[in-house]
Design a protein around this ligand. Sequence first.
Ligand code: COA
Length: 333
Amino acid sequence: MDALYRRVFGNDAAEASRLRWEWQYRRNPNNPGGEPEIWIAREGPAIVGQYATMPVQLSVGGTQVQASWGMDVMVAPERQRQGLGEILFRTWDRNVGASLGLGLSESSYKLFQKLRWPDVGPLPCLVKPLTRRALRRPNWPVPVNRLVSALTLPVIKLVARTRPLGAEVRMLQRFDESFTELWNTLAPRFDLAVRRDAAYLNWKYVSAPHVRYSIAALRRDDRNVGYAVYRHLHEPRGRVTLLVDFLTDPDDQPGFSTLLRWIDREARQADSDKIRTFAMHAAFRRVLRRSGYFQVKSTVQFVTKVNGVDVHPAFYENTDCWHVTLGDSDQDR
Ligand SMILES: CC(C)(COP(=O)(O)OP(=O)(O)OC[C@H]1O[C@@H](n2cnc3c(N)ncnc32)[C@H](O)[C@@H]1OP(=O)(O)O)[C@@H](O)C(=O)NCCC(=O)NCCS
């Protein structure tokens, strides 16, 4: 499988996958029967394809469904476009209560379309500029970049100004069981969302081997009522703070905006030029826009097919109450 992975995705991706493999596939707390959920296509002794998945509990209108994110699907180059991919996709789908795909390659997106998986993407991307460098484009000449910086500076200063926190925010090392209770209270508020209990959150954001996250908890009356997971990174165009995942009651506008103000401070302290996040839920996006975020073009495609409970075709048309973020699937790698 490793040799096939190298041939299809290249050496760098294969090395990165090896670093994550034990954690991503073996230590997932939602593995059915405690085993990784990976389908293999064989021809005699040779492995010619695989579909590796990330099992999750999915809340669909408050009902829990055993689902999985499809990822790392591949067919040997000389055997592509001969129907093996279709067999792998359908086998996976027949065995899960909901099949989910996020951030697809062109070939897999086309195959999902051909097989008529409901297409609900792309996952909206929002960016908040913090410095003049946030708007730089490498393909613009220096004088144009300077002019754009000068013209937009007043707006950026206004958007990026520091504002007081409206509630207590505390940094965490781990998620305790109160976050499972928080999830159980909030799950019915979402039409579709991955179950964010303490076991899942600790696996995903505390023990990931390839990135280090910061975690902030929103507190009210001595209780945890929300969280935000984020990290800072260097990109060729500057420093970025990624708001990877978050949760509050979607109606708790002051709560979510307090978390966003906390992220602003953290990003400024890390000298970030911008903050980037992905959010599907309309209420969260509204608060993000009011907090200085702008929606930009997203290339993160999202497909999903629910099998475990009956859903009406209209279910896939109104995704305003779906909670999906960059933390879902294995997007942040
Ligand atoms: C995605 C993948 C697993 C599909 O496997 P496959 O065996 O080629 O798929 P099938 O033969 O069953 O289906 C073929 C259909 O897939 C889509 N497809 C496959 N390769 C494609 C490509 N290079 N460009 C565009 N569409 C492609 C098309 O819809 C195609 O239908 P068509 O031949 O009628 O146009 C395979 O192309 C692959 O390994 N790609 C490289 C790795 C990759 O991108 N993985 C996805 C990570 S998200």
